[in-house]
Design a protein around this ligand. Structure first.
Ligand SMILES: C[S@@+](CC[C@H](N)C(=O)[O-])C[C@H]1O[C@@H](n2cnc3c(N)ncnc32)[C@H](O)[C@@H]1O
Length: 488
């Protein structure tokens, strides 16, 4: 048997690194005058002795150790999560095997090489292929495991719900203090935090002391794009995600599963919970912040006197349109709770004299007399049949003189809805779907509308202007001759 001796200036640090970064198993430790100067661990079957550099036998320069393992990728992820200093990232080495190297606090380099060649011609028979490695060092069974793992998504959400990232950022880094601060069971919290260190959300540089990785920092309250709020298990975002257990129902029936899982439809949920409604409106507003100014600028609002924003939600778009075009008047139509909240926001913007709100249902008759009926990002919430009905109601209200303006942020071209989970999310939460331009043109056609023009903004923003397909040429001339306007 060979035993390798490692000499460290700081044995506890070396021990912590080996156990937490590489998963070495501690066998024994000894202290001299209260200071740990000796420890034994086992790593991949090899016994290692860590001892103080003052040992006369030390005298060594830093050395490199190379281990051959069955699957190096999990170890690489673990080392990354623990914040290891990476000397060589995981890549295929000249022998065709995945390998990486990390350095420890003593300056030793640790290289781990996968035992299987990635492009071995004599690759195993199909039955064995689940264990074979690809260039990134993973096997199909590893990848299936990652695709189906539920521990990680829930562990991250629990971390966010308990606000552990915020606590760590405020300097509460010790497990005992963290457990007290978030009223959690210390043992269970420790298991959660260590698992998330393994998954790269946290690091555990010293035993039971945690820090945030770049990923973990995103889970702080002030993290970019509000992920903490979305992942909070008490919030609306998590409720939307938790509709996924109903995906089987959606796939069998083509219907949303939100009510199946949560007991009422998504829209009824917003009606029943003003807090959820507010969160949803804020989410929409954060997107309108990017798109509404473009809508105000791209479309020619000069000959429009009165705009209806159908399913107008937060009122952010209508507010922008009225602020940019002082000649415009506007009406927002939405469910009662939404219309009420939008009315308050519009009033707070000082635009109440030119805007009003109507509690209404876009599947029923809409108020007539508008020049433009905007439907912004509302059709994606519905299947083709319902989206067609909404457009038909707008067409009926617009009459011969009015126009219908579909505003959507379209996915990238070529249109491939399967490239993001959004299409499935729409299905399972509200029964909606992602659509490309031709899909919108097609439902507009079924609603009796003809596409007059398509305007494109930044980041997929698309405006599809429609008029009634059966409108008379006289009405077209009259609409074009409307008054000129001033924009700000
Ligand atoms: C995805 S949001 C879009 C909101 C807004 N147009 C925007 O672009 O930010 C869809 C809106 O449709 C509204 N909505 C849902 N069902 C409705 C109905 N039956 N009648 C009117 N509005 C409805 C929702 O309340 C919500 O405000």
């Amino acid at each position: 048997m060979i035993t390798v001796f490692l000499y460290y200036d700081d044995v506890p640090r070396g021990l912590a690194w080996l156990t937490h970064t590489l998963g070495a198993r501690e066998l024994t430790r000894r202290a001299t005058s209260g200071l740990m100067t000796y420890a034994e661990v086992e790593l991949a079957g090899l016994p290692l002795v860590l001892t103080d550099r003052t040992d006369p036998a030390a005298g060594g320069t830093p050395a490199r150790f190379q281990f051959t393992l069955d699957g190096v990728e999990p170890l690489y992820q673990r080392a990354l999560a623990a914040g290891a200093q990476v000397v060589a990232t995981l890549a295929v080495d000249p022998t065709g095997r995945p390998a990486f190297t990390v350095a420890d606090p003593g300056g030793y380099h640790w290289t781990f090489v996968g035992s299987a060649s990635t492009d071995d011609e004599s690759s195993p028979a199909a039955d064995d292929e689940i264990g074979s490695l690809t260039a990134d060092g993973t096997s199909p069974i590893d990848r299936l495991g990652r695709l189906t793992d539920l521990a990680t998504p829930f562990a991250v959400r629990v971390l966010a719900t308990l606000r552990v990232p915020d606590l760590i950022e405020q300097g509460v880094t010790d497990l005992v203090d963290l457990a007290t601060a978030c009223a959690a069971n210390r043992d269970a919290l420790g298991r959660l935090l260590r698992y998330l260190a393994h998954r790269g959300v946290l690091t555990e540089a010293n035993p039971d002391v945690f820090a945030l990785t770049e990923v973990g920092r995103l889970l702080c309250e002030r993290g970019a794009a509000g992920q903490r709020g979305w992942l909070d298990l008490d919030g609306l975002g998590a409720r939307m995600d938790l509709a996924y257990p109903g995906l089987l129902h959606s796939v069998r029936t083509g219907e949303p599963a939100y009510a199946t899982v949560h007991g009422r439809t998504f829209w009824a949920e917003l009606d029943a919970h003003p807090g959820h409604r507010r969160y949803f409106d804020e989410l929409m507003m954060s997107q309108q912040h990017l798109t509404a100014p473009q809508v105000a600028e791209l479309y020619d609002w000069c000959d429009v006197a009165h705009v209806y924003d159908v399913g107008g939600g937060s009122g952010a778009l209508l507010t922008q349109l009225l602020s940019s075009h002082p000649h415009l008047r506007g009406t927002l139509v939405d469910r009662p709770g939404a219309a009420r909240a939008a009315g308050e926001r519009i009033a707070a913007s000082g635009l109440a004299d030119r805007a009003d709100t109507v509690a209404g249902d876009f599947f029923g008759a809409l108020p007539t007399g508008g020049d433009v009926y905007v439907v912004s990002r509302a059709l994606t919430d519905w299947n083709d049949r319902d989206a067609t009905t909404i457009l038909r109601r707008c067409a009926e209200a617009a009459g011969d003189r009015g126009r219908v303006l579909i505003v959507e942020v379209l996915p990238t071209e070529p249109f491939m809805p399967h490239l993001s989970p959004f299409d499935l999310q729409m299905l399972v939460v509200v029964g909606g779907r992602e659509r490309g331009l031709t899909d919108f043109e097609s439902i507009a056609g079924r609603a009796g509308l003809a596409v007059a023009q398509v305007l494109r903004g930044r980041d997929g923003l698309t405006l599809i202007e429609c008029v009634r397909a059966d409108r008379s040429p006289v009405a077209v001339d009259a609409a074009v001759e409307a008054d000129s306007c001033v924009s700000s």
